[in-house]
Ligand binder design. Structure first.
Ligand code: GDL
Length: 451
């Protein structure tokens, strides 16, 4: 890994920020695995974003100072991000003073690395700003350069990062932030400032070298990857325990760093962080995500000691495969899903008896693992997993009931005393979700089967 390559974790999701203990757990992982950067930017720390002008209270300062010290003890760079973009008036000198006051407050706590984030904001300027600058990118560059130079005088070796308003390929092609936003930024933003990028999409299945090279030209510097591959704040039903994937080793060598913004549930980021570390330190020319995953799973397995029945490594891998990545299930989950489809076909007993038996065995194993989660000795892991594994167990139970019914009386209507209308798959969100179906080409069609 190059000396100044940033590799680590962004706390930058929407939702409740991590607790101090959770942060310490993540920092311990990072120290042990050779990840060098923790980036503080939880969207719902009010004073990080909506109330960015407000200084932190004494108690909040104590918590932040402890975090900064915790990073320093582990030799991890702490970066504080401020997101003034919701309502900053770029041309107003008082706003610059507010930014400096906030940065000074953090500097007093020991922070030397800063970032300004302009993601997820309205892309329009006030009348006064429009008079002074003809583009959003120019206004943001001006303010960022001012703060950067001010910080640089105090901390010549500190890092300074910037998140643009269009931060992925799709946003760029929609001209979010205005035409030629990135080119203007490339020209006007101080070349020592690193610029974040999430890839072709906000959640990018793959990031190719060609994509990075094209972007590097526009920005006049290699980007710094803000990777949302494992972020789950956009869907309350999912978590991602799959490996760092879809980015080749060559990409690593053409960016200023890779920081992942992972699951809201801190304990569930073991695999994401561990495989990122394996990826950034990988010495061969190829990165094999599945091997990284299996290695990381072996390590994570130690956390799955149960006060009840033991959970085998095989069972844990099967569970992890059900919560793999946004665009991909792990191979054991894919297999189980395929077997379920075969087992549910009306003639499965006659045509596919082996598939039926295999399905019953694997589905029972998965159901039992989900049931066992309640007995985990690591109660934080239990809390992080239990709602999800409860849902998965319900589905496994229903499918096993269904298969048993097919075996005993295929023509009888399928019913389960544990899956009743209203309490099973009920609620407003479920009803709304049933109205539209999305096709693989992104388009939506009306669901004509709706109840
Ligand atoms: C985003 C947000 C991020 C959020 C993520 C996933 C960036 C730069 N900003 O767009 O805070 O967690 O999507 O929902 O990625």
């Amino acid at each position: 890994m190059q000396k100044d390559f940033l590799a680590g974790i962004i706390e930058g999701f929407y939702g409740a920020p991590w607790t101090p203990d959770e942060r310490r757990m993540v920092l311990d992982w990072m120290r042990d695995w050779g990840l060098n950067t923790y980036f503080y930017g939880p969207k719902d720390d009010l004073k990080q974003r909506l109330l960015w002008r407000d200084l932190y209270s004494e108690e909040e300062c104590r918590t932040l100072k402890e975090l900064i010290d915790d990073c320093a003890e582990r030799k991890i760079q702490f970066i504080y991000a401020l997101s003034p973009g919701l309502d900053i008036e770029f041309s107003n000198p008082d706003e610059l003073s507010c930014l400096k006051d906030k940065v000074q407050q953090l500097a007093d706590l020991g922070c030397q690395n800063f970032a300004l984030l302009f993601d997820d904001i309205p892309d329009r300027m006030s009348a006064a700003d429009r008079e002074r600058w003809d583009s959003f990118a120019a206004a943001q560059s001006y303010v960022s350069n001012e703060i950067f130079h001010w910080v640089q005088q105090r901390f010549p070796r500190g890092r300074f990062l910037f998140c643009p308003t269009p931060y992925c390929g799709r946003m760029r092609s929609r001209e979010l932030g205005g035409a030629d936003y990135l080119e203007t930024l490339g020209r006007e933003l101080d070349p020592a400032i690193d610029v974040f990028w999430t890839g072709p999409e906000i959640i990018s299945e793959t990031i190719s070298l060609a994509h990075i090279e094209e972007l590097t030209q526009a920005l006049r510097r290699p980007p710094l990857i803000w990777d949302n591959l494992h972020a789950n704040d956009y869907d309350g039903q999912r978590v991602y325990c799959g490996p760092y994937s879809g980015r080749s080793i060559e990409v690593r060598d053409h960016v200023r760093g890779i920081l992942i913004n992972p699951n809201n549930e801190a304990p569930l980021n073991f695999i994401a962080a561990r495989t990122l570390a394996l990826f950034v330190h990988c010495e061969s020319a190829e990165w094999d995500p599945r091997s990284g995953y299996l290695q990381a799973m072996q390590e994570w397995h130690r956390e799955f000691q149960s006060a009840g029945k033991p959970i085998s490594l095989e069972a844990l891998i099967q569970l992890g495969d059900c919560y793999y990545l946004p665009f991909e299930l792990g191979s054991e989950a894919t297999r189980l899903h395929q077997l379920a489809k075969e087992a549910l076909s009306p003639d499965s007993q006659k045509d596919k008896p082996q598939a039926l038996e295999e399905f019953k065995r694997l589905a029972t194993q998965l159901r039992d693992t989900c049931s066992e989660i309640v007995n985990l000795k690591n109660r934080n892991l239990f809390t992080a997993l239990s709602r999800r594994t409860w849902d998965l167990r319900e589905e496994m139970e229903l499918l096993l009931t269904c298969v048993r019914n097919l075996e005993s009386n295929p023509s009888a209507p399928l019913k389960s005393d544990f899956h009743l209308p209203g309490t099973y798959r009920g609620g407003m969100v479920a009803r709304l979700r049933s109205l539209l179906i999305q096709k693989p080409d992104e388009t939506f069609v009306l669901n004509t089967q709706k109840p």
